[in-house]
Design a protein around this ligand. Sequence first.
Ligand code: ADP
Ligand code: MG
Length: 320
Amino acid sequence: MTEFDIIRNYFNRLPSSRPDVRVGIGDDAAICLPPPGMETVATTDVLNAGVHFLEDVDPAALGHKSLAVNLSDLAAVGAEPAWFLLGLTLPTASPAWLEQFTRGLFALAQRYNVQLIGGDTTRGPLSIAITAIGLVPQGKGLLRAGAKPGDLIYVTGTLGDAALALDAIRGVRRFAADELALLRERLERPVPRVAEGAALRDIASSGIDVSDGLLGDLGHILEASGVGARVRLEAVPLSPTYRTHLTELGWDYALGGGDDYELCFTVPPLERETLDVLASEMKFPLTLIGEITAERALNVYDAAGRIYRAQRRGYDHFST
Ligand code: ADP
Ligand code: MG
């Protein structure tokens, strides 16, 4: 297979699914037309073999996750995903691998009506770089800055399962087969909170997606907003599997694990009721975990009111 066979056979297979794509794959660059009154929101995430995933991971799951992590960043800003570009580096051109990878990738793309509009295909150590572009009404993007003292802090879904799965794969933790399957699903097939992010942009004062661990990512909101926070340890949402083993596992997977792809956001107290109605209408799981303080510190309190010291911190590629 040549580079052009790969592009034609695997990446330029589907007809255009969006009328706003004027020129897609096949020319030197793609051309898209945002609707009037909308701003474009762009984000990139690179996934490297051996760092972000194990070389032998299911290629369909990898295709899913490569796009999902980018859609999660768009969701955090409240943007609706529209288009994406794929920078793919492959050690070899394996038809079976490409077939599976694109199956996972396009299944997620179709679910959110986001269209592949271009990319680059090269040879080298396996790496996937996706750039996703979304749309948000002008001036409505939800930022990390904007949290005010007294605002309530929420997270969607549950935290820590992906980090537990990773430790199980590494042999550090052991789980029953059915439990491990649930945990791995969270690690390998995260579901980006796209609809939730878009719904929150009119209510929330700040937001971020939890990709590097709750405390680290909440810390980014606090820093950008020039505030602090009080978090109630027992309020941090856990999956049933995690909760079953909480005594042995402790809270640190949920506080600092990473790869959760849930949203963490702040809401002014006046918007609380609107948020509750929205969450029950949209049926998305939402948990109040604490509040923003004027004092610029991030403190976690246990049920007895004592400060809890977490061991794990957010992930940093260059920390030594
Ligand atoms: P150029 O040499 O002009 O940069 P390429 O030959 O690299 O273009 O790519 C040809 C076309 O195929 C371009 O439209 C490019 O965006 C698209 N393309 C290349 N690789 C991919 C990929 N992995 N996924 C989607 N589109 C791709
Ligand atoms: Mg060119």
